[in-house]
Ligand binder design. Structure first.
Ligand code: B12
Ligand code: SF4
Ligand code: SF4
Length: 389
């Protein structure tokens, strides 16, 4: 289909030079890395089919709906010859991971979600990159960021952006894994880059640390167990077996990346768009739970968090409140939700009841502990201080 065009174009365009320019333009547009690969993902089709057959995609029907299209980018944009794969780092300054995870009354939100929606940021830059290429040659293109059925990590691996870590994310020896991926499908025969060597070695830290044991074997994540899926993708009730394990993570999870040694030296983003927004950063669970829907919509405008909607937002915070240590204010906050007169969301209500039960159990346990300590003190006084007893 492309033979005629390809030969006439290649006589006019030096694709090696163009590839170099694309990488420079990519850097100017704020991408930390740009690589190029062909569209052959056939070796991944079996893996993908096994993953779907095992039901690991859970409720994410969009993962199953497109069948093997995910592994065939040229079916998305017929005539595609190459994929330009890009990486954009998102780790903010003062990420304060430990502080946030330690304070169980605060809400932990995945660091990728604290700023502006990355889909928008990357897509508009990819479009600009395509427009620059168009100044040099005729081009059919399509930008993607998590927005179409395409296997982004596998393409990025082929394009030399990193290797697949055992947590299944893409890892880079200089940048760790705190980055987003995006692609530009193009119909020009650019020279391709070489994949890099896998460097996980004998490490299994991510598999061991996962709170819900979602990494069922190296490189394979059962999404149904992953906190990212449970708090973002899952529309219904969160299975009770996972609620306690979720802790204070109300949107996504970073644990498998936090433990990865390659993230020790990861670079920080200087993208203003990814600067954490104060409304959702380092906030107490109670204050987020007290937002009404208009406040939720206003405070999450342009943020990926908005995608989950108000009910799932409240559901997640309720679970985290149930997991917090006993706190009179948290208990009262949950009780006042229950007592409110306006119509309540059934799913949120069920999670609030669960959270209240957990808070009550912890209150009883604390009272019992207090009682035990007082009994011990009385015994000690009676034995050790009989005169003053
Ligand atoms: C669906 C999805 C999810 C699902 C499922 C995750 C998963 N691992 O599949 C859920 C909701 C759980 C999820 C969570 C997260 N996601 Co997500 N997700 C996606 C999405 C849309 C598709 C991924 C996919 O195709 N899964 C299907 C399975 C079949 O793919 P796979 O895991 O790669 O499967 C391969 C391996 O199992 C491998 N395999 C099997 N056996 C073996 C053996 C060997 C030796 C090897 C090498 C490989 C191998 O072969 C399979 C096929 O190639 C992509 C965007 C995209 N369109 O690609 C983003 C994407 C992968 N997610 C991303 C992010 C940031 C996250 C989170 C970190 C967000 C968060 N902080 O909460 C977590 C991380 C959880 C994790 N450990 O994976 C980024 C990853 C960036 C990076 N550095 O790699 C992506 C690329 C989005 C983007 N554009 O930036 N995600
Ligand atoms: S994101 Fe969290 S729950 Fe999901 S695989 Fe990683 S550690 Fe496990
Ligand atoms: S934690 Fe270890 S096994 Fe997991 S991705 Fe990082 S290096 Fe690989």
């Amino acid at each position: 289909m492309f033979c005629e065009d390809e030969s006439s174009q290649s006589s006019e365009t030096n694709y090696h030079q163009l590839a170099e320019k694309i990488k420079l333009w990519g850097a100017e547009l704020g991408f930390q890395q740009v690589g190029i690969c062909d569209v052959n993902l056939s070796e991944h089709e079996n893996y993908l089919q096994h993953w779907l057959d095992a039901g690991y995609h859970g409720e994410m029907d969009y993962m199953a709906n497109h069948g093997m299209k995910r592994a065939r980018p040229d079916e998305l944009l017929p005539g595609t010859l190459r994929v330009i794969s890009v990486r954009m780092d998102y780790l903010p300054e003062n990420a304060a991971f430990a502080k946030n995870l330690k304070d169980k009354k605060s809400a932990y939100i995945s660091r990728y979600a604290l700023g502006r929606d990355y889909h928008k940021v990357l897509r508009s830059r990819l479009k600009k990159l395509a427009q620059k290429i168009e100044t040099q040659t005729q081009l059919a293109y399509r930008p993607f960021v998590d927005s179409a059925p395409v296997m982004e990590r596998q393409l990025a691996t082929k394009a030399g952006l990193g290797w697949t870590g055992k947590h299944s994310l893409l890892l880079n020896q200089d940048a760790g894994s705190w980055f987003f991926l995006g692609e530009l499908l193009v119909d020009i025969p650019l020279p391709v880059d070489k994949p890099v060597q896998e460097q996980c070695g004998a490490c299994v830290a991510c598999i061991k640390i996962c709170p819900t044991q979602a990494i069922v074997k190296p490189y394979v994540v059962d999404a149904r167990r992953c906190i990212s899926y449970l708090t973002i993708e899952l529309k219904d009730s969160i299975p009770v077996e996972f609620r306690e394990l979720i802790g204070n993570r109300i949107y996504g999870c970073d644990d498998c990346q936090l433990v990865c040694p390659w993230n020790r030296y990861a670079g920080l983003t200087d993208e203003d768009d990814f600067s954490p927004r104060t409304q959702v950063t380092d906030q107490q669970l109670i204050s987020l739970f007290n937002w009404d829907e208009p406040t939720f919509l206003k405070n999450t405008e342009g943020s990926p968090i908005r995608r989950i909607g108000f009910a799932r937002w409240q559901r997640n915070i309720a679970v985290a409140m149930g997991n917090a240590p006993f706190d009179e204010d948290i208990k009262n906050c949950l009780l006042s939700y229950q007592c409110q007169s306006q119509e309540k969301d059934e799913m949120v209500d069920e999670h609030v009841i669960w959270a209240l039960t957990r808070q009550n159990e912890k209150e009883c346990a604390e009272q019992q502990k207090d009682r035990r300590l007082t009994v011990r003190l009385i015994n000690t006084i009676e034995k050790g201080l009989p005169r003053d007893a």
